[in-house]
Design a binder for this molecule. Sequence first.
Ligand code: GLN
Length: 538
Amino acid sequence: MATKYLFFTGGVVSSVGKGVTAAATGLLLKERGFKVAVQKLDPYINVDPGTMSPYQHGEVYVLDDGAETDLDLGHYERFIDIRLSRVSNFTTGQVYAEIISKERRGDYLGGTIQVIPHITNEIKRRIGLVEKETGAEVVILEVGGTVGDIESQPFLEALRQLRNEVGRENCLFIHVTWLPTIGATGEIKTKPTQHSVAALRSIGISPNIIIARADQDIDRSLCDKIALFCDVEKNSVIPMKTASVLYEVPLLLDELGVGELVLNKLDIKATRKPDMRPWKKLVENVRKEKPTVNVALVGKYVELQDAYMSVREALKHAALANQVELSISWVHSADLEKDKGWDIVKNADAVLVPGGFGSRGVEGKILAARYARENKVPYLGLCLGMQTMCIEFARNVLDHEDANSSEFDRGTEHPIIDLMLDQRSITDMGGTMRLGLYPCVLQPGTKSATAYQITEVEERHRHRFEFNNAYREEFEKNGMVFSGLSPDRRLVEIVELKDHPYMVSSQFHPEFLSRPMKPHPLFVGLLKAAKERRKIKG
Ligand code: GLN
């Protein structure tokens, strides 16, 4: 079978769930026996989202090979349960960087370099890498942004060309749009969808399927109208109302016949019957009445919850595993420094401090760790959240008042968290951290080893600073346990407090490997402890 391509484009506005729709469609195809791969094309000029503010871009999702990617890759991995690699995400910045470095080398022999064919060829080359690297039968490709954006034009042009090169019968264009509702009349409008399809057609692409999104029920007559005005078959306009439970999206798309529609249009046959029972069970579990557990998430980008997308999803997975209803209270760490927000923290059954960069709000995170330690509140620290837990311990248990990370105080006498020697000479900010999968050996008998139930794990990293080994002995003598270490024992990967129900932190980011059906042990451990605490509190 020739490789099949599903191209997802977005219309009208962004944030309508194009990534989730693409991911869920991938699952439907995987369930039908196909080897699926996914790729996201991001039209912005940054080389990768690694240097972008989480406020601008949401979370940076890290892959096994250390690629710093768009958060939609998290949806792909969670829904399809695959491990993606660097070829799964590229940006305009990467495309131009490649072409310009070739030009400087003289590879073009004096030729004029143009968007067509040089940029579009490079885009197509990168698309081709996915099939080459993964051997996928179906490649799901999502174009970031919205049709009509000036940046996305070369990408759409490349897809238009690719369609002829791989054969029209091997490609489907799926356009995900938004149907707005007029507040005064409650009327759902299709006009913006018509315009976005017109924009797509003006560059030579007619969508094969339109997935029309809205918050309300969408009447079939509206779909027929879209079909008529947008030149698609009636059965190819899919009305997709916003799902109340994220993980219901694949089930809804399946019920709407998207799996079969895609197969029919590509003229391919499923090799097995999809089994959506685990997803049905998951959604039933989400809807069940359960005792609530309240987690205070103390972060610095809390205004934009997308900045903690994987953390939130990992908490959800772990809550389901513990049969509890999850309630997350978002706390701005800087507020805690000003004596605000403490009522929320005090009300919580667990505290989670996620990763972050820069000094803003760090003192608040340290205060949150102190509160959790002193009051025996379950605590999970992720990356910076581990570092702040250690700084707090050094300051308040070991009495090193000025203990800090050298990221925040270069002159501190007690750099509990410090740069490793090989990081000291680095001047470039992009892609130079400890990134991607690293092994970690768990120390027997610890809470971490109990949570994981295995002795060696591999987890994804994204940080520059490390625990300073000069303090290991002193920490250990005073009740800190180094429960996860690199195999050569040089790097501290997990720490936990001895006399505490669950104060565990990792230098890596466990949230990136949590899956709906495979919740991450460290998160499961946190919510288990939170549930216990809740019971004791009554
Ligand atoms: N800023 C810290 C470091 O670079 C923590 C990074 C993180 O939380 N991802 O080490």
